[in-house]
Design a protein around this ligand. Structure first.
Ligand code: ADP
Ligand code: ZN
Length: 528
């Protein structure tokens, strides 16, 4: 009769029949095979890599219900809706439901009418939930965002520690733990804490070798963007990200005025315009969308040739996710970011005045610091990026710092001059002086404001004539990036940090990055 099948065939059938895709991506096939045949798996895969199918397909292929533990309560309804639309029987249990809703899901589970059941981790601390699971049939446990179990990770959730008990209670049920961010140490901790010592590890590379990463100093951003598009990306489809709705519209208009067909996209546009612009971008060739980060979720256009950022992303995760929309077809593509002093000032200010507790602000600060370190590095961008995601790499030869290595210079004296100027102003408790005023003082300019406040009598007045204004702005930007300066209050006043005093006391050297004289010349082979 029938030959013994490998685990692959039913999985492939499910991929095509239920999800409508032709082939597995990356190592999805191996992961699914491992779980379908009853083994445990620990999966590291970048965002957008396709983690969900790695447990959804085994849950459909194996008898019983796949139990998915996820901390993203806000997304459960969406996930369940999306699955239901595909004809998959799915439900969830979390704190947002009333008794009746919960009861209905429990009944469906017990009747064997669910393929997938999503649970918030705190549900599994409740004995009644465990007893419920005992009475049904479980095909697998999927532990999403598994890095939450790691105490030293960036997103620890105590409830996740309880998940080690799943294995004690249901030793025969295969488990798959998934995460998009884990350093080597965190990965070990995940395996250890979840009792996944015998699990196979599936580590996807975070590298996107066909994407050329470039981060340039911002001076006239729209002109710089226009030059990039006309010299290297004529007729190409691409995405330009801006922070504000207003700037997406302005930039789209600017590009259109200069002969590049560009459409704005942001949450403030009415739904029909949004849908129309998105549909045109997907369907037509060579369109540019100028968008806030609201654009991109679920956009799967293979031939996006460039992603440009006109404002600094808030985190490396965000940057990686947004730039990752370029070049899905594997053809050479550009990730280009223009970044300047005002970006740092603005974001530090936003963090300082943000809602939420200190821990929240610290977390935002840590994310920004990592993003700034990527911007200011004199090493290979790709190495820095991959290291951030816990992956070793060697210099890539396909990023701006590899193609035209920036020099580092000893900026200790320059830093001391800036910090002293800030210190003088600080003592006067004046809130009105921004970066421009500091530069004016260093350059010894007799502006109206300088005269009004008598700042030409400060000892630091005119001590910085050895550098031009752009150099000083670069120095201040890097001091902000390195935490040697910070901003305070609504005005974004520059203030010293604890680390500043070490520099002023000559106990600490400051290494700075010299901006390359010209923009990186690329040797990108244009696809025929
Ligand atoms: P992750 O959870 O890793 O961030 P998702 O599971 O949300 O990623 O998948 C990202 C996108 O890729 C989704 O739109 C998904 O439908 C799509 N996708 C996943 N696997 C495949 C595949 N084998 N073929 C085509 N598209 C896929
Ligand atoms: Zn490189």
């Amino acid at each position: 009769m029938t030959l013994p099948e490998t685990a692959t065939q039913p999985a492939l059938d499910t991929l095509r029949r239920v999800f409508g895709y032709d082939a597995f991506r990356g190592n999805q096939r191996d992961i699914i095979e491992q779980v379908v045949s009853g083994g445990d798996a620990l999966v590291l895969m970048p965002t957008g890599g396709g983690k969900s199918l790695c447990y959804q397909i085994p849950a459909l292929v194996r008898p019983g219900t796949g139990v998915v533990v996820s901390p993203l309560i806000a997304l459960m309804q969406d996930q369940v809706d999306a699955l239901t639309a595909l004809g998959v029987r799915a439900g969830f249990l979390n704190s947002t439901q009333d008794f009746g809703q919960r009861h209905a899901v429990e009944e469906a589970f017990l009747a064997g009418e669910l393929d997938l059941l999503y649970l918030a981790p705190e549900r599994l601390k409740v004995e009644s939930t465990l007893r419920l699971l005992d009475r049904g049939k479980i095909s697998l446990f999927a532990i999403d965002e598994a890095h939450c179990v790691a105490q030293w990770g960036h997103d620890f959730r105590p409830d996740y520690l309880e998940l080690s008990r799943l294995h004690e209670r249901w030793p025969a049920v295969p488990r798959i733990a998934l995460t998009a961010t884990a350093t080597g140490a965190t990965r070990k901790e995940i395996a250890h804490r979840l009792n996944l010592d015998d699990a196979r590890h599936f580590v996807s590379s975070f590298d996107r070798p066909n994407i050329q990463y470039r981060i340039v100093a911002k001076n006239r951003p729209e002109q710089q963007l226009l030059e990039l598009l006309t010299t290297e990306h004529k007729g190409d489809a691409g995405i330009v990200y801006c922070l504000s709705r207003a700037s997406t519209e302005r930039t789209a208009q600017f590009l259109s005025d200069n002969g590049i067909e560009a459409l704005p996209y942001h949450a403030g546009l009415d739904a029909r315009t949004r849908a129309r612009n998105q549909a045109r971008f997907l369907r037509e060739d060579g369109l540019v969308v100028v968008a806030t980060i609201a654009f991109g979720m679920g956009i799967d256009k293979p031939d996006v040739r460039f992603v440009a950022h006109l404002d600094l992303p808030k985190s490396v995760e965000g940057y990686y996710q947004e730039t990752g929309r370029a070049g899905r077809d594997g053809q050479p593509s550009t990730a280009w970011l223009a970044y300047g002093l005002q970006d740092v000032v603005q974001q530090r200010k936003m963090i300082a005045t943000s809602e939420g507790d200190d821990a929240h602000r610290r977390r935002l600060g840590t994310h920004l610091d990592a993003m700034l370190a990527l911007c200011e590095t004199v090493e290979c961008r790709r190495v820095q990026l991959l290291n951030y995601f816990g992956q070793e790499a060697s210099p890539c030869g396909n990023c701006d710092t590899c193609l035209s290595p920036p020099e580092a210079w000893d900026g200790t004296i320059a830093a001391q001059k800036v910090l002293s100027a800030v210190f003088r102003l600080d003592r006067e408790r004046r809130q009105k002086f921004g970066v421009g005023h500091i530069v004016d003082i260093l350059l010894g300019r007799q502006t109206a404001k300088i005269q009004q406040f008598g700042h030409d009598s400060l000892t630091v007045f005119g001590v910085g004539t050895e550098h031009a204004e752009p150099v000083w702005r670069g120095v201040i930007r890097q001091l902000l990036a390195q935490g040697l300066l910070t901003v305070e209050g609504d005005h974004g006043t520059l203030v010293l940090t604890d680390a500043s005093s070490e520099v002023l006391a000559r106990k600490r050297e400051v290494r700075l990055r010299q901006e390359p004289k010209r923009a990186a010349k690329t040797s990108r082979p244009k696809a025929p």
